[in-house]
Design a protein around this ligand. Structure first.
Ligand code: RB5
Length: 155
C-alpha cells in the first residue's frame, strides 16, 4: 500500500517529545511534509496548549491529518475530540491504527509516548497513513456521530 498523505501536523507535550521527534524524522523520510507545533524541549508543559493548535488545523480542514503524543495519549485524545470534525484515535497496536482509518476515518492519530516504543510508534503511523477509509456502513456510523456533535453543539 502507498501513502497518499502529503502533509501532517504534529505536536506533543514533554512526555511525548522523544516519540514526536522520531516520528517527524520518519515522516520526512516517507516524503511527508511535517508541520511541528512543538514542544521543543523537556520542560513540563500542559498538553492542551500544544494539542489545540493541531486539532484546530484539522478541525478547520487546513491540514488533513494530525498526530499527537503525550504520556499515555489519553489527555491528547480527550482534548482533540472536543474539536468539531476531529476523529482522534488513541492507539497502541498496529491493527487498531489501521482500523482507525478503515472504519473510523480517524484524522488524528494519538500515541502514548510512555506506552509505545519508537519502532511500534512508526509502524502504527505507517499503518494509519497507508490505510484507506472503507466508507459504506462506516460512513453511516460516522454520520450519526456528526449528527450528535451538531445536536450537542453549545450545550
Ligand atoms: C504528563 O505528566 C502526562 O499527564 C501527560 O503527558 C498525559 O499522559 C496526559 O494524559
Amino acid at each position: 500500500m502507498e501513502n497518499n498523505i502529503e502533509k501532517v501536523v504534529i505536536a506533543s507535550d514533554h512526555a511525548g517529545r522523544e516519540i514526536k521527534e522520531d516520528l517527524k524524522e520518519f515522516l520526512i523520510g516517507m516524503g511527508v511534509e511535517v508541520i511541528d507545533m512543538g514542544v521543543n524541549n523537556d520542560v513540563a508543559v500542559d498538553y492542551p496548549d500544544y494539542g489545540s493548535p493541531v486539532a484546530e488545523k484539522v478541525s478547520k480542514g487546513e491540514v488533513a491529518r494530525g498526530i499527537l503524543v503525550c504520556g499515555t495519549g489519553v489527555g491528547m485524545s480527550i482534548l482533540a475530540n472536543k474539536f468539531k470534525n476531529v476523529r482522534a484515535a488513541l492507539v497502541s497496536d498496529v491493527y487498531t491504527a489501521r482500523m482507525a482509518r478503515e472504519h473510523n476515518d480517524a484524522n488524528i492519530l494519538v500515541i502514548g509516548g510512555r506506552i509505545s516504543g519508537k519502532g511500534l510508534a512508526r509502524e502504527m503511523t505507517r499503518a494509519w497513513l497507508e490505510a484507506r477509509f472503507e466508507g459504506g456502513r462506516h460512513q453511516r456510523r460516522l454520520d450519526k456521530i456528526a449528527e450528535i456533535e451538531k445536536r450537542n453543539n453549545g450545550k
